[in-house]
Design a protein around this ligand. Structure first.
Ligand SMILES: N[C@@H](CCC(=O)N[C@@H](CS)C(=O)NCC(=O)O)C(=O)O
Length: 202
């Protein structure tokens, strides 16, 4: 099996970090998304949404969506769980994972796509939407900081896939100058904790 991905893009990084945490080795196929390789007919046949990452199994089955790919490996390798250990923790991971996607990864991605025109060959950038999305993502950092004042990771002292999603989103946000500020000291401490893990370099 192999994963089609782009080294600099935030969603494939989530999968690489997740697999590194689980100790799972993987073959990666680099896709040039800026050049539009993800849109070509052969990749579109495997992955109609054209978004990366996607996983191709040895029998040709393809699976898109970062969380679906990680879920597949979580089911295959339940040891060292990153999606919760108890019913409550699983729900809490789901809650924070969705918040990390909807309040950070998505608006940061919208800010990037709509203010830089990076994908203007395939979409119509609307700058005002990009700016508004960026403001919302920046404002959410203050909420995260408040939560992390009394929580080591997003879900108490349990490191989870939600932390992976959030750090990949926040690191990527650098390209559009959305950054934790000096006063976000709990968020910065969380960032230091997560970035000290070996998987951070994946
Ligand atoms: N919901 C998808 C999002 C995937 C996504 O947006 N991938 C971006 C890179 S991070 C992409 O493929 N962009 C290329 C394009 O839009 O053409 C997931 O969670 O995997």
């Amino acid at each position: 099996m192999k994963i089609y991905q782009t080294q600099t893009a935030p969603n494939p990084r989530r999968v690489r970090m997740y697999l590194a945490e689980k100790g799972i080795k993987m073959e990666y196929v680099e896709v040039d998304i800026l050049g539009g390789e993800n849109l070509n007919a052969s990749l579109r046949a495997k992955n109609p949404t054209t978004k990366i990452p996607f996983l191709e199994l040895d029998d040709g089955t393809c699976l898109g969506e970062t969380m679906a790919i990680c879920r597949y490996f979580e089911e295959l390798h339940p040891e060292n769980p990153l999606m919760g250990r108890t019913p409550l923790e699983k729900a809490q991971v789901e809650m924070w994972q969705r918040r990390a996607e909807f309040n950070s990864m998505l608006p940061i991605g919208m800010c990037f796509q709509h203010t830089t025109g990076y994908f203007k060959d395939r979409m119509k950038p609307i700058e005002a939407w990009g700016i508004e999305s960026g403001k919302n993502a920046q404002a959410y950092l203050t909420e995260l900081n408040a939560h992390l004042a009394h929580s080591e990771f997003l879900v108490g002292d349990y490191f989870s896939i939600a932390d992976i999603t959030l750090i990949c989103a926040i690191d990527f946000a650098r390209v559009v100058k959305i950054r934790p500020q000096e006063e976000h000291k709990h968020l910065l401490a969380w960032h230091a904790r997560v970035s000290s893990r070996a998987s951070y370099k994946a």
